[in-house]
Design a binder for this molecule. Structure first.
Ligand code: PGA
Length: 240
């Protein structure tokens, strides 16, 4: 695992954003795995700016998002689809047909997860996967567990995740379940970029990088991936 420490989140956004931009320019048909949450916002802002001045095109880029809430309409402001639209997609020239999401409103979760696993393989797997980390060590919505998961699946969100994310739910109640890529999907990515910022992430970051590899801290599995770079601000890196 390569670890890089920056002064603040904005600097990480510039670094990761420019890295992604050059990867897209090098391979305009790149397949990106994308994350939601506060961590990737500065990166998406940087990419959006490049697109707005015509210095970058997403025309042939394919994206797969990590996860989506169950039983939350796609149009709801808190769906991860809405998040991606607001922070990135609407500011680029991406072809909507190339945007992939798990459908949390399906009436057959198992079939939907199989469809997603198949689509990932058909797309040739993910070239670069962007990740954040939960305060409990989750990646995607792979919550701490007794064993690792392989493909996409339905998860009951833990109390700690519901507490962290409930700040966004002022109108509707926070969903209890989500569909998420499994650890196997994430580990199949050719390259992984992890971003963690802020004091709240200190313990999870330490466990991910220096702790035992265990499904009790799902992000610790990244120690076994051949190409991971972790971008931290000083606060998130303080216990290393
Ligand atoms: P955050 O979430 O980027 O909003 O901190 C990360 C995560 O929960 O995976």
């Amino acid at each position: 695992m390569k670890v890089e420490i920056f002064e603040n989140a904005e600097q990480i956004g510039i670094k990761v954003g420019s890295q992604l931009a050059s990867a897209i320019r090098h391979n305009p048909k790149i397949v990106l795995g994308l994350a939601t949450g506060a961590s990737p916002i500065p990166t998406y802002d940087y990419l959006s700016k490049l697109c707005s001045v015509g210095e970058l095109s997403f025309k042939d880029v394919t994206t797969f998002n990590l996860d989506e809430y169950c039983h939350l309409p796609r149009e709801d402001k808190n769906s991860y689809y809405s998040f991606m639209n607001e922070h990135l997609f609407s500011k680029t020239d991406i072809n909507p047909a190339n945007i992939h999401f798990l459908n949390g409103n399906t009436d057959n979760d198992e079939k939907e997860c199989e469809r997603y696993n198949r689509m990932l393989v058909e797309a040739g797997l993910i070239d670069i996967q962007l990740l954040g980390i939960g305060t409990n060590g989750h990646i995607g919505f792979n919550e701490p567990a007794e064993k690792y998961t392989k493909g996409a699946f339905k998860i009951a969100l833990t109390e700690s995740t519901r507490k962290s994310n409930s700040i966004y739910f002022d109108e509707n109640p926070m969903p209890t379940h989500a569909l998420t890529m499994g650890i196997g999907n994430i580990m199949s990515a050719k390259k992984i970029i992890m971003i963690a910022t802020g004091e709240k992430k200190q313990q999870a970051v330490k466990a991910m990088i220096e702790g035992e590899v265990t499904p009790k801290c799902p992000a610790s599995i990244l120690q076994f991936h051949p190409s991971v770079t972790v971008y931290l601000d000083k606060a998130a890196a303080a216990l290393l």
